[in-house]
Design a protein around this ligand. Structure first.
Ligand code: NAD
Length: 258
């Protein structure tokens, strides 16, 4: 098993990428701290892990709040004694997010608070726990739009994901010699609730599919496999890499740990 004796905290674990990753990481032997604001679905993730013979707890945390992020990391250490893998994955896409001229300040602030500050806070408390554990792997979910821009305007979302990519690169350099690897996933468009709530007709889906080289939406399970790779290869050389989603180019930078 690829994550035997590891403790993994996953935000956004009630749905989509986070849920699939929680199930997969548990299958690979990790003890899971599933975090979300959707408590009913988060508890379901935990029940499914336990039914399959795994170990997991659910912790409610709004990642835009520092005290909540501190608590979720504390829950991992209190329950399982350490934190080895931190998957800062939760995010939102606000239906009011549009081009810079019409997007309201409130939408910008909310998107930044969850998508960018939430990842910063997860890293802030997660890195401290990993220093106590002697190292670890952090995976942040960004998006292809953070690299390329979005054809359908969503200025706050795109800027927040660009921020996650920059934050990931900075942390990967600063903490490389502490045996803490920091990477980002940049998925292309996925068939999850986040996007599908906007593409609620066949015509809208087809319009979006035209721009995806593979001609299909990606699946949350495919992103979970990429996250597992980044979480599991211990003492490897990969840090600050930007992993590809369907149809996107991969940019990978390798850093040496002297
Ligand atoms: P999803 O909507 O299925 O899952 C997102 C989860 O985050 C939900 O369970 C939600 O309750 C949780 N969440 C939202 N706000 C939160 C908060 N303040 N605190 C804690 N949890 C919160 O969507 P998904 O597609 O699995 O998205 C996961 C990540 O992938 C997001 O960061 C998203 O931006 C990113 N992403 C998605 C796509 C896509 O096309 N779906 C593409 C690129 C990147």
């Amino acid at each position: 098993m690829r994550l035997e004796n590891k403790v993994a905290l996953i935000t956004g674990a009630s749905s989509g990428i986070g849920k699939e990753s929680a199930l997969l990481f548990a299958q690979e032997g990790a003890k899971i701290v599933a975090v979300d604001v959707n408590d009913a679905e988060g508890e379901k993730t935990v029940s499914e892990i336990k039914a399959a013979g795994g170990e997991a707890i659910y912790t409610h945390a709004d990642i835009s709040k520092a005290a909540n992020c501190e608590n979720m990391v504390k829950a991992a250490e209190d329950q399982f004694g350490k934190l080895n893998v931190m998957f800062n994955n939760a995010g939102i896409m606000d239906s009011r997010d549009d081009n810079a001229l019409v997007t309201e300040e409130e939408v910008w602030d909310l998107t930044m608070a969850i998508n960018l500050k939430g990842v910063f806070l997860g890293c802030k408390y997660g890195i401290a726990a990993m220093q106590r554990a002697g190292g670890g792997s952090i995976i942040n979910t960004a998006s292809f739009v953070g690299l390329m821009g979005a054809a359908t305007p969503q200025v706050a979302y795109t800027a927040s994901k660009g921020g996650v990519i920059a934050l990931t690169r900075e942390l990967s350099v600063v903490h490389a010699r502490e045996n803490i690897r920091v990477n980002a996933l940049c998925p292309g468009p996925l068939r999850t609730e986040l996007l599908m709530k906007f593409l609620d007709t066949e015509a809208k889906k087809q319009k979006r599919l035209v721009h995806i080289p593979m001609g299909r939406f990606g699946e949350a399970k495919e992103m979970a496999q990429a996250a597992l790779f980044l979480a599991s290869v211990s003492r490897n050389f990969i840090s600050s890499s930007v992993r590809k989603g369907p149809g996107q180019r991969a940019l990978t930078r390798m850093f040496s740990r002297a």
